[in-house]
Design a protein. Structure first.
Length: 347
């Protein structure tokens, strides 16, 4: 599940605010019945597997017997088999067979180490602790007028918070995404906008820009972004897209929306995996390949830049980097992270 990563020089323990949070660690489609899937979250190695009834399980990648990695094992008779001595663990995490002593019940303490797991939006969410809130709500998920597509995973040798901040920044469009989300030779002036905070997180008023390839129809549009950040590593935008050419505007609708729900899986402090759920309510002729083509290109461009940022961990001391009024939402995001008391992944 995880690509080669940047090495962490001095790892620290994750903060409670991250341990007791929900994080996406896989797409549901990538965890079929009969397969053990490895993942890493906040520096902890995990396995995912799905039982015959379809229930998802997330456990530590550890056999309690002699410490072998269960990710090297396999599924047999709806149990996870340890690759070292064949001990078998069922869906309750209980060891149900010690092959070297098949006529004796396994020790009562012979159990796997389960974590909480849920599935939402085609994604597997896991928590290493006890979440104080539910999985964030993707507003368009239950709206039947929107088609939804999972895109990614995108492996970033970059800090998760840096990656989220990039996602909620409209001012990089003409330079990182020239020809798609903006024009380098004619960057948009970003007008002042408002920032809000409530129990669901932080958000903005509309930010309007011109985009030559602003959605999957590959036509120039005027795009108005409304951003939200639900959790430190879960963000979202709703983008109103208006066809720029007045003679073709009738091909769209004032209600056309392109929405993206982004999750960043913190492998550790300086590596993450980005996964998306994209929702559109226009372009019935657009295929999944059309959606993936644009998303893959945009996030490859983001990756090339975000991986170069220094310091690798995001500064929450606002004096560490220079800010501009157009950075208002990113600045709010950093203050908001600071209010969580985060030290893991921050500078």
């Amino acid at each position: 599940m995880n690509a080669p990563v940047r090495m962490v020089s001095e790892p620290v323990n994750p903060d409670a605010a991250l341990v007791d949070d929900w994080h996406v660690i896989a797409f549901s489609k990538d965890v079929p019945v009969g397969k053990v899937v490895p993942a890493t979250l906040l520096g902890e190695d995990l396995i995912l597997w799905r039982d015959a009834a379809g229930q998802i399980h997330v456990w530590k990648d550890l056999c309690i017997h002699r410490g072998a990695r269960l990710s090297k094992g396999w599924i047999a008779n709806d149990t996870v088999v340890c690759p070292y001595h064949g001990w078998r663990y069922d869906g309750s995490a209980k060891c149900v067979l010690v092959p070297a002593a098949p006529d004796q019940p396994p020790p009562l303490k012979a159990r796997a180490f389960p974590h909480r797991a849920e599935e939402r939006y085609g994604m597997v969410w896991a928590s290493l602790g006890e979440p104080k809130h539910p999985v964030p709500v993707f507003p368009e998920w239950t709206d039947s007028s929107f088609r939804k597509f999972n895109t990614g995973p995108y492996f970033f040798k970059a800090n998760g918070f840096r990656s989220v901040e990039n996602f909620i920044d409209a001012t990089h469009f003409p330079f990182v995404h020239g020809g798609l989300n903006g024009l380098e030779e004619a960057p948009d002036k970003v007008e002042d906008y408002k920032v809000f905070e409530d129990a669901s997180g932080i958000s903005t008023s509309g930010i309007r820009v011109f985009q030559p390839y602003g959605d999957h129809r590959q036509v120039p549009v005027y795009a108005t972004y409304t951003y939200r950040v639900f959790r430190p590593l879960v963000a979202y935008f709703s983008k109103a897209v208006e066809i720029a050419d007045p003679e073709k505007r009738h091909l769209g609708s004032p209600d056309d929306r392109f929405c993206t729900f982004l999750t960043a899986q913190p492998i550790d402090e300086v590596n993450c995996v980005i996964r998306l759920c994209v929702a559109i309510n226009f372009g019935a002729d657009l295929t999944e390949a059309d959606i993936l083509r644009r998303q893959d290109k945009v996030f490859a461009q983001d990756k090339d830049i975000v991986e170069t940022q220094r310091p690798e961990r995001i500064p929450v001391d606002l004096r560490a980097e220079i800010h501009h009024r157009t950075d208002k939402f990113g600045l709010t995001y950093r203050r908001w992270l600071g209010a969580f008391g985060l030290t893991y992944g921050t500078a």
